[in-house]
Design a protein around this ligand. Structure first.
Ligand SMILES: [Fe+2]
Length: 303
């Protein structure tokens, strides 16, 4: 992959890891820990990552052990790559277990250094809100989960925290990044439409006219891109599986597949994103390979 342009922030965007504390298979079919390990091994080839984001449904069972798996694996990757780590709860997460291991989701700061958090008990009714600064950009997390439900809703308290975070200090040219689980975009299937973010308009009002340059979400287990209030919204592919978006609208199925996004946020706030599908060596043989010498010859021949 190309090196990072000067002044840009490169984000490794994962979502929907659905880890289990006891290693049980997700949906009876998928070893999500192995899927995450494959994603992280693939991402070893991505240079200059400054921030790793996991946009919710970190856990399938809400156990502290499942969050510890994420902390060890993704946190370990981020520390080795000197990258920050930010995560946010999704509808499968339980705020209590999430907070116990991942605090407010801003786990590692710039350079991969652990962020200090005050030990304060918050009941599960309180959304997990947080903000940090990475490479001069505000990174703000918004909890869209509703305890006991699968749909998304940004509680008034979380909306207030978002507005306050975005009005904190001067807007920067590099802009702010908002991370949430339920994306403010149309859903590809009837089931996901029923589980949509119900107050996307309130979210649009909160970010309109601010320095937010990018919104990162998950939930659909399939990559898509759109915009809200003129701001790009990127939905990461799932780590756990890939939703069949061309099947019957009122049915729901997924393939065993995993992917992630590499997103560059440039100094002027422009965005470049590349989805990466993690190949499975057993079923995805290479179509071709050109060595560096061959590539140079082709480039030279092309003038
Ligand atoms: Fe999910």
């Amino acid at each position: 992959m190309q090196p990072l342009a000067p002044g840009s922030l490169r984000i490794l965007h994962l979502s929907d890891t659905h880890l289990t504390g006891d290693g049980a298979l997700h949906q009876g079919s998928t070893d999500t820990t192995a899927a995450l390990d494959a994603v992280l091994a693939s991402a070893e080839g991505v240079p200059d990552v400054g921030l790793v984001v996991v946009s919710g449904d970190v856990s399938e069972d809400g156990t502290p052990a499942s969050y510890t798996r994420l902390r060890e694996r993704v946190g370990g990757w981020a520390e080795r790559h000197a990258a920050a780590l930010v995560t946010v709860p999704g509808n499968h997460d339980l705020r209590e277990g999430f907070r116990q291991v991942l605090a407010n989701g801003h786990v590692l700061g710039e350079g991969g250094r652990p962020l200090a958090h005050t030990l304060e008990y918050l009941p599960p009714s309180v959304p997990v809100s947080g903000q940090s600064v990475v490479a001069g950009r505000r990174v703000v997390t918004v909890d869209t989960s509703v305890p006991g439900s699968g749909y998304g809703l940004i509680a008034d308290e979380a909306l207030d925290r978002l507005r306050r975070a975005l009005s904190d200090g001067e807007p920067s040219d590099g802009g702010s990044v908002v991370v949430l689980h339920h994306p403010p975009l149309p859903a590809p299937t009837a089931l996901h439409e029923a589980l949509r973010l119900r107050n996307a308009e309130a979210f649009a009002d909160a970010i309109r006219g601010t320095d937010v340059r990018l919104v990162l979400g998950g939930h659909h287990h399939h990559h898509s891109a759109g915009s809200i209030a003129g701001v790009p919204v990127l939905v990461a592919p799932g780590v756990a599986n890939d939703t069949d978006v061309v099947g019957a609208y009122d049915e729901e199925s997924a393939h065993i597949d995993a992917g992630y996004l590499v997103v560059d946020l440039a100094a002027d706030g422009s965005v470049w994103s590349s989805p990466v599908r993690v190949p499975r060596p057993d079923t995805d043989p290479l179509a071709f390979h050109l060595g560096a010498d061959a590539v140079t010859r082709i480039i030279d021949a092309a003038g």
